[in-house]
Design a protein around this ligand. Structure first.
Ligand SMILES: Nc1nc2c(c(=O)[nH]1)N[C@H]1C(S)=C(S)[C@@H](COP(=O)(O)O)O[C@H]1N2
Ligand SMILES: [Mo]
Length: 391
């Protein structure tokens, strides 16, 4: 979707544009109609997998996740409902609650503050939900509700220092400008103040461009190592509070068992905690579909974790009995993903499966099967690649 964050006229919604395209194209041939549909849509975005009929919930195909930085127009999009993009004019970030000096920062105020950049992974808590057995209701993401980007902006700590954070403040409540349909609770969230002060930023840039509207422009939260649900888009208010935020999106949704139960069993709310850190995980992006016995092929992928680094990616040909190390790409930043490659020389013709698993800097090892949980969060089971070896 092509959007402008700056223009004075609000950008047309996709529905409105579709309608106009349809109306204008009524007299045209089907080919021309298709051409009209994709007009103005970046080439990358035309490849996205739409997982939901209502809000834009677009998944990136795995074969497009092969670069260290995921291009903006190929980066997955997760919206709880269709937002109205506000643009920069009139936008401001309010900072209030337990602070000495409440603030109202315009987009240019934000630009004039000390700047920082963080390269890290954004993954939806529900990425991989469609792989759980027994199945879990919700958006059936497979592998591509994840990306790695360079986020530019201002440290939340610097903003809170300027506002004068009081000792009573324990949680930072965040609010975005998107409004839910009637009878649906608002998307209100909060984060423990320690995490926010450690490394969260208010980002207004993504991979060197102004933060695109679908990704929360004018500004969003970036919370390195934590699930996407914490990364409030279209951010317009931060409020420092003694208590955590209440409501559906804190107390019911985005919760994970304190202790895992049996697959298929839903646990009472008291047995659940909020989703925070990501789990260690590797995905295979480029499995060669075919190979020839005796000729080397290269398997590639990416690995990341809620710990700052991935220290090892390994490949198994025998479902985890033995492992051989993959090569890690030298490029890395804390909480960014690590690209990896594995040179494989098949010896025997026939169908083969290769499994990949990652280990992080805290020693957590990716499990064969992701722990089943009632909302299907944080799937991180081994990713298998099937390769047909010819003689
Ligand atoms: N205001 C607002 N912020 C939001 C959301 C939303 O629906 N509204 N979705 C969250 C979820 S669940 C995810 S996974 C990320 C997705 O960010 P992206 O669309 O830039 O990939 O944004 C988060 N921030
Ligand atoms: Mo998400």
């Amino acid at each position: 979707m092509k959007t402008s964050g700056k223009g004075s006229a609000p950008p047309l919604s996709l529905d409105r544009r579709r309608f106009l395209a349809l109306a204008g194209a009524a007299a045209l041939a089907p080919g021309a109609l298709l051409a009209r549909f994709s007009e103005g849509v970046p080439v990358g975005r035309r490849r996205m997998i739409q997982r939901n009929g209502y809000a834009v919930d677009a998944e990136t195909p795995l074969d497009a996740l092969t670069t260290y930085l995921t291009p903006n127009d190929l980066f997955f999009v997760r919206n709880h409902w269709n937002p109205q993009y506000t643009g920069h004019r009139g936008w401001a970030l309010t900072v209030d609650g337990e602070v000495e000096r409440p603030l109202r920062l315009s987009a240019s105020d934000l630009r004039r503050m000390p700047r920082t950049e963080v390269t890290c992974v954004l993954q939806c808590a529900g990425n991989g939900r469609g792989l759980f057995e027994p199945p879990v209701p919700g958006i059936q993401w497979k592998y591509g509700a994840v990306g790695n980007a360079r986020w530019g902006g201002v440290r939340v700590k610097d903003i809170l220092d300027r506002a004068g954070l009081k000792a009573e403040a324990r949680h930072l409540h965040s609010f975005g400008t998107d409004k839910p349909p009637v009878h649906v609770p608002p998307f209100h969230r909060s984060i423990e103040i320690e995490k926010v002060l450690a490394d969260a930023i208010v980002a207004d840039e993504m991979n060197g461009e102004p933060l695109p509207a679908p990704h929360g422009g004018p500004a969003r939260l970036v919370v390195p190592g934590w699930a996407g649900v914490h990364w409030m888009k279209w951010l317009d208010r931060l409020s420092a509070q003694p208590e955590a935020q209440k409501g559906f999106y804190m107390e019911t949704a985005y919760r994970y068992p304190k202790e895992l139960g049996a697959p298929g069993v839903v646990l009472p709310a008291s047995e659940m905690r909020g989703v925070t850190e990501l789990f260690v995980k590797s995905s295979v992006t480029e499995p060669p579909a075919r190979a020839r016995a005796g000729s080397p092929v290269v398997l590639r992928g990416f690995a990341f974790s809620g710990a700052p680094d991935v220290v090892k990616v390994e490949i198994s040909e025998d479902e985890g009995q033995t492992w051989r190390p993959a090569e890690l790409d030298p490029q890395h930043d804390p909480w960014a993903w690590r690209l990896w490659s594995f040179r494989w020389v098949p010896s025997v013709p026939g169908p083969h499966t290769l499994w990949a698993r990652a280990t992080d800097s805290r020693g957590a090892v990716q499990p064969k099967d992701a722990p089943w949980n009632p909302s299907g969060y944080l799937h991180n089971g081994w990713h298998a690649a099937s390769i047909e070896v010819e003689s």
